[in-house]
Design a protein around this ligand. Structure first.
Ligand code: SD4
Length: 310
């Protein structure tokens, strides 16, 4: 039996994005339309410091955003290192729908967005600017750990570890619509205090997002470099094609990251995956404790802690 529609997002607070997507899914709308509306909620939310407005800047104080979409036909579009645009997911969609390309970066992406009528806005909130200025005091780039883990470690060490921050609230979102079609979308401001020009997994098809309408879809959050190195989401979709459940497939990708890094190093880095298959089954897995996700189905909305490997 197929459970549809279904929408799943990385991180529990993105339940609010699911709710916006659900309105479209429940009205027999297209998965891609639902995801775009859902992601808008998080992009506009100043309290999410890893996505769009309110996102933490790079080390030079610039908020640069990455986003991609992939639809049921295997079409895809992405923007990378885009500045001043509130809804990068919509620009990514237009790259897919209106250009002969799949990826636009930096200035070219901004030029395209402006030509499509997007307004130039300031994405740097006073809070994010303050956090950046505070970070400049140590300038220590340490994207490797989640707050929950850090707290646990601090409790053990009984001292503060300066310069570390929770970096992980990127929204990756997948939906199966009533017609049984799958799509996915992802949006992030990337790792806080990254080098200028740095792009992670989130706008990379096959790394931060992959959709195959015959099989399933997957998306990711966490340390993007690790996710790119194993082509995380493409790996997961291929695992599902070979018969693994979404959770088993996500676990396989996590295992590759841990194997590559070794357990000791992997203890200090987070990567989390979510997936949905053609039957509407969902699953997730992460490297370390602290990853959660939000799901909405006909049975209701819920959030859940992902299982983790180490
Ligand atoms: C990146 N994967 O740019 C993103 C970061 C992330 O929540 O997931 N933040 O590497």
């Amino acid at each position: 039996k197929v459970s549809k529609p279904v929408v799943i997002s990385t991180w529990a607070p993105n339940q609010k994005a699911n709710a916006a997507a659900w309105k479209i899914l429940a009205a027999n709308g297209r998965a891609l339309d639902a995801l775009e509306k859902g992601i808008h909620v998080t992009e506009a939310d100043p309290t999410d410091q890893s996505v769009g407005y309110g996102g933490l800047p790079d080390r030079d104080g610039r908020v640069t955003v990455d986003s991609c979409v992939m639809d049921e036909f295997g079409n895809c579009g992405a923007v990378m290192c885009l500045e001043h645009i509130l809804h990068p997911v919509s620009v990514a969609r237009l790259v897919m729908e209106k250009t002969p390309h799949v990826q636009l970066v930096g200035e070219g992406a901004l030029k395209f967005a402006l030509s499509e009528g997007f307004e130039k806005v300031n994405l740097l909130t006073p809070e994010a600017e303050k956090a950046w200025k505070n970070w400049l005091k140590t300038s220590k780039y340490d994207p490797m750990i989640t707050v929950e883990h850090l707290e646990e470690r601090n409790r053990k060490q009984k001292k503060q570890v300066p310069g570390q921050q929770d970096n992980h609230d990127t929204i990756g979102m997948l939906a199966l619509d009533m017609k049984g079609n799958l799509s996915g979308a992802c949006s992030t401001s990337g790792m806080a205090y990254k080098m200028a020009g740095r792009v992670g997994d989130s706008p990379i098809i096959g790394a931060g997002l992959f959709v195959d309408n015959e099989v399933g879809a997957a998306t990711a959050t966490g340390v993007g470099e690790e996710i790119v190195r194993i082509c995380g989401t493409h790996t997961i979709v291929e695992m599902m094609r070979n018969g693994l459940s979404p959770e088993e497939a996500c676990k396989k990708a996590v295992e590759r990251i841990v194997k590559r890094n070794g357990i000791e190093k992997a203890k200090n880095l987070q990567a989390g995956f979510i997936a949905v298959n053609k039957q509407g089954e969902v699953g997730a897995y992460s490297v370390i404790k602290g990853f959660n996700y939000a799901v909405q189905t006909n049975e209701g909305a819920y959030t859940k802690d992902a299982k983790y490997l180490i």
